[in-house]
Design a protein around this ligand. Structure first.
Ligand SMILES: [Zn+2]
Length: 152
């Protein structure tokens, strides 16, 4: 008679996957037959428990309460907002505000710029070349003075 079967071999027999030699040993060995019955009983109990036990109920997870920010984080955020507000206020106070331009000035400057930009020869029109008031440098100065508020 061959050696007694391992638990794996007995489980294979329960799954009807045992070899002919394993089945022959099991049929003739009382010890292996007893182990075979014990394993079958355990598997039957596991099967019953899995089949008959209701699934555990799931409870809805209570929604977490909204928590306030921790005090240090709130203070840091408030300090950052205050710092930005102060910076903007200081920047506005320091930055010179150009005087408002009259619409006629804006129209004249834009016409000059347009004439310079869209001239075919690359220079201002001939009439502008003769008129020193319409040269590019003069126009740039006019624009600069108009925007910064300086005297032309
Ligand atoms: Zn045996």
């Amino acid at each position: 008679m061959s050696r007694c079967l391992s638990d794996d071999a007995l489980e294979r027999d329960l799954a009807e996957l045992a070899s002919v030699a394993e089945r022959a040993h099991l049929a003739g060995c009382a010890a292996c037959a007893a182990r075979h019955r014990r394993i079958r009983g355990e598997l039957a109990r596991i099967t019953d428990v899995l089949r008959d036990t209701p699934e555990p109920r799931t409870r809805p997870v209570p929604a977490r309460r909204r928590r306030w920010m921790p005090a240090p984080v709130a203070l840091a955020a408030a300090a950052a907002v205050l710092l930005i507000w102060v910076e903007v206020a200081v920047w506005r106070a320091v930055t010179p505000v150009p005087p408002t331009m009259q619409p006629q000035e804006v129209t004249a400057i834009l016409a000059d710029v347009s004439a310079a930009l869209f001239s075919v020869s690359g220079d201002p029109p001939v009439a502008a070349a003769e008129d020193p008031r319409l040269s590019l440098e003069v126009m740039a100065q006019e624009l600069d003075h108009a925007l910064t508020g300086g005297a032309p």
